[in-house]
Design a binder for this molecule. Structure first.
Ligand code: MN
Length: 441
């Protein structure tokens, strides 16, 4: 496992000359420095940037202005429209980038005194359009929360909520990269085959059980050749960073189609990711032990087990989902919190997911996306989807507008947020992952 120690870039005393980065509760202080891709204007190509407060550092502009000086392969990677080339470089290169960008943006830097150059290299986040940060080659989604798996299992199989393989093998399926969209893209209610509980034949039509899934999306760095598994000790070398991920799900399509091969069209009509990729280096202050397995659970098989993974394989990230219906928006009501969970509860760590994925020799490539699975914690309020929160639609939620919800309706705006906090450390955030449900007309 690559050593990602705390260093000067995490120093909580550091401030940025971008004032908004220093505000309490800011997602993007100078200790974070997430990477993303944006379009400055309607017909312009994508460019890479770093979020700092309510501003974005335009990386090509900073290179052109010579305030950011980097080795050739790094600067070449930063001139591309997506993060793939950067994700193909070594972790050491990425650390060079993090240090250089931090030096540029901290209070007292040369750029802090050079307002003319600042105007060339900084853009207001509200003036640009964020794009998908990566050209995604492949997308796989896991099922790594045992709390989610147990609750969902108990709805469908009360006699055996957790299948016997769960504690041994990280369960996943191959998703669809083409329908991954960036935060803000509308989500069209899909149509599909469903069968009502007592019906003899299915029918085709719009889903009546549209749900969200609160997940972490992990971006793969430095791939492995076909046929070469990734040992657990090296798994984090292959992790670039994380975003928020909403794995929109049509539950009625899913329950009819999922046996025997798993999810198919119930999932791949849309998957929303947040635009900013928070690097594993930025997450160092929030690393924790992997979730403790209850007494009596089997230890992971040796290829999925390791001291470092047990001691530092977890990440403490608080994750929140809010909903605002069209009626709530019209009446000026605040969004309602649906879920509050933490990524540290996952039964399988990201390193275990990477190692398992490549254990048969499957090649992962820079820019591949891995979904963690719904991040549900042990408490009912920590459930990361409506399927759990409304118990498959049997217990409707009441919104502040007086409306009821079992599943999502047209105009519902879902927002995922996530942040890391630790004593003596600067809070960092993942930004927002937002989508609004639209009905087909
Ligand atoms: Mn999922």
């Amino acid at each position: 496992m690559i050593d990602r120690p705390l260093d000067a870039t995490h120093d909580p005393d550091r401030r940025s000359w971008v004032a908004s980065a220093n505000l309490p509760g800011a997602d993007f202080p100078v200790q974070n420095l997430p990477l993303g891709a944006f379009r400055p204007g309607p017909d312009e190509p994508g460019r890479l940037g770093v979020a700092i407060g309510d501003q974005v550092l335009d990386l090509p502009a900073a290179l052109e202005a010579s305030c950011l000086r980097l080795p050739g392969e790094l600067s070449d990677a930063l001139m591309r429209p997506s993060l793939n080339a950067l994700m193909g470089l070594s972790a050491e290169r990425r650390r060079v980038l993090r240090r250089a960008v931090a030096e540029l943006l901290i209070a007292g830097s040369r750029l802090a005194r050079d307002q003319a150059t600042q105007a060339r290299v900084l853009r207001r986040a509200t003036d640009i359009k964020m794009l998908l940060p990566v050209e995604i080659g492949d997308y796989s989604d896991f099922y790594a929360s045992i709390h989610h798996a147990t609750r969902v299992g108990s709805m469908f199989r009360p006699e055996q909520p957790l299948l016997p393989n769960y504690k041994w093998v990280p369960i996943g399926y191959h998703g669809r990269a083409s329908s991954v969209v960036v935060s803000g893209a509308p989500v069209l209610r899909p149509q599909g085959q469903t069968r009502a509980g007592d019906a003899t034949a299915p029918s085709f039509g719009p889903t009546r059980q549209l749900d969200y899934e609160l997940e972490i999306g992990a971006w793969i760095a430095g791939g492995n050749p076909l046929g070469s598994p990734i040992p657990i000790t090296e798994a984090e070398d292959h992790l670039f960073g994380v975003s928020l991920l909403n794995d929109w799900s049509a539950r009625d399509l899913q329950s009819w189609e999922y046996q025997p091969l798993g999810p198919f069209l119930a999932k791949n009509f849309a998957t929303t990711v947040s635009p900013w990729v928070v690097t594993l280096e930025a997450l160092t202050p929030f690393r924790v032990a992997a979730a403790q397995r209850p007494d009596g659970d089997p230890a992971p098989l040796p290829y999925l087990d390791g001291v470092e993974n047990r001691d530092r394989g977890g990440i403490s990230l608080t994750l929140e989902v809010t909903l605002r219906s069209a009626a709530m928006l019209a009446r000026g009501l605040e969004p309602m919190r649906l879920s509050l969970s933490n990524f540290r509860h996952m039964y399988w760590t990201l390193a275990q997911l990477v190692t398992h994925h490549a254990s048969n020799g499957c090649n992962l490539r820079p820019g591949d996306l891995i979904g963690s699975g719904t991040v549900s914690g042990p408490e009912p309020t920590e459930a990361g989807c409506l399927l759990e929160l409304t118990w498959r639609g049997q217990r409707p939620l009441t919104l502040p507008s007086g409306e009821q919800r079992t599943f999502l309706e047209a105009g519902d705006q879902l927002t995922l947020r996530g942040w890391g906090e630790a004593p003596g450390r600067t809070r960092i955030g993942l930004g927002e992952c937002q989508g609004t449900v639209m009905d087909r007309r």
